[in-house]
Design a protein around this ligand. Structure first.
Ligand code: ATP
Length: 251
């Protein structure tokens, strides 16, 4: 897999001391997170760890209780979501598309703040990049296969011309074959220099990682390279579900 990140690349996203939650429930506790230009960071963590909450808080979809977020050198934590998207952060949620809208309508929504001619131009470029979508451009997103829907949600996120693509479980609902296809597509985008932050539990995505972060119970437990994570017994067992043979319990 390609790795386009370089240790000397500037930091694109820097979040520090993030706290967030819902009503009385605090979910994120003093979370720090960085993504450099051209870097792909994979965010691991068990169900309920707060991965979605963290990603949404970066976009302003969940209000922050505390902390700050810098993107491209400017503070963005007080900006509305659409301003953060215009600044260059795109978000791909688990669902990602509007099923009752056509492929074309979904794409245009991704670039809703662009002038019309620019929307048309970018859509044309994206159809060239995702040729499988062209023949379905008038079909409802609901009629697409799981893999095609995922490609549409990627293309939709791309309409805004992002510098950082933030993705929540792109493998959700996909067969292993399509997971491979999505990983290959993301690998290509990464090689072109796109920065990515991907919350995932599917280990196939680790092949894309320049760096891995582990969130547990709303706290960042680890940030480092994949091999360091795999060498750490506790983290390995917790997040990879791997037992060492000598310590595995008998049936
Ligand atoms: P998963 O992998 O299962 O999606 P996650 O790591 O993405 O988990 P979150 O979805 O961020 O975790 O959830 C973190 C905690 O916040 C959980 O306890 C969850 O029940 C709670 N939570 C999430 N969304 C809401 C909400 N809208 N209102 C109240 N609590 C919520």
């Amino acid at each position: 897999m390609s790795s386009s990140a370089d240790r000397n690349e500037p930091i694109l996203l820097r979040a520090s001391g993030l706290a967030a939650g819902y009503g009385p429930l605090q979910v994120l506790w003093d979370v720090d997170l960085e993504v450099a230009s051209r870097e792909c960071v994979i965010l691991l963590g068990p169900n309920g760890a707060g991965k979605t909450t963290l990603l949404k808080s970066l976009l302003g979809l969940v209000p922050l209780w505390g902390g700050q977020i810098e993107f491209g050198g400017s503070r963005v934590e007080r900006l509305r979501t659409d301003r953060r998207v215009q600044a260059g952060i795109a978000y791909m949620s688990e669902i990602g598309v509007f099923p009752n809208l056509s492929v074309d309508e979904n794409l245009r929504l991704g670039g809703y703040f662009l002038p019309r001619h620019e929307t048309r131009l970018r859509a044309q470029r994206l159809y060239a990049k995702f040729p499988d979508l062209v023949q379905h451009r008038r079909a409802l997103a609901a009629s697409l296969s799981g893999g095609q829907r995922k490609m549409l949600s990627l293309a939709k996120a791309f309409m805004s011309g992002p510098r950082l693509l933030v993705m929540d479980e792109p493998s959700a609902g996909l067969s292993p074959r399509y997971v491979k296809e999505v990983v290959a597509t993301l690998d290509g985008l990464h090689a072109e220099g796109l920065s990515m932050l991907i919350a995932e539990q599917n280990l196939g995505f680790l092949d894309l990682a320049d760096r891995v972060c582990v969130l547990d119970s709303g706290r960042m437990r680890f940030s480092g390279d994949r091999s360091t994570l795999e060498r750490d017994d506790v983290l390995r067992r917790s997040y990879f579900g791997l037992e060492e043979p000598s310590r595995a319990k008998p049936d």
